[in-house]
Design a protein around this ligand. Structure first.
Ligand SMILES: [Zn+2]
Length: 102
């Protein structure tokens, strides 16, 4: 099993899991119901989507990029320099510092 993506919330994790299932990529979502103990809390704050078959990881990553582009809301934009999705009205890319193209 390979870790694919840490979702923002349980809904996004489920949408991604369904999206991949439609494309014959089997995933499981872990972490969303686990409260976690001291020291584990941060790890379990967000649900993580895992690809069940290791061989599906590469195609799953390609689909993930599609999924993120589709689900991008008005507050999110894709960095033209590094390709990261930047959220919450940030004026520069959190990853590389490129200014928002708008
Ligand atoms: Zn960037």
């Amino acid at each position: 099993m390979q870790r694919l993506y840490q979702a923002r919330d349980a809904l996004e994790a489920q949408l991604l899991s369904d999206f991949l299932a439609d494309r014959r990529i089997e995933t499981v979502v872990l972490g969303q119901y686990l409260a976690g103990g001291v020291g584990e809390l941060a790890a379990f704050n967000f649900p993580v989507v895992w690809v069940v078959e290791d061989a599906d990881l590469a195609p799953a990553k390609a689909r993930l990029a599609e999924f993120l582009a589709m689900s991008r809301g008005p507050e999110r934009w894709r960095c033209p320099r590094c390709g990261e999705v930047v959220e919450d009205g940030l004026l520069v890319c959190w990853n590389c510092g490129e200014p928002c193209p708008d």
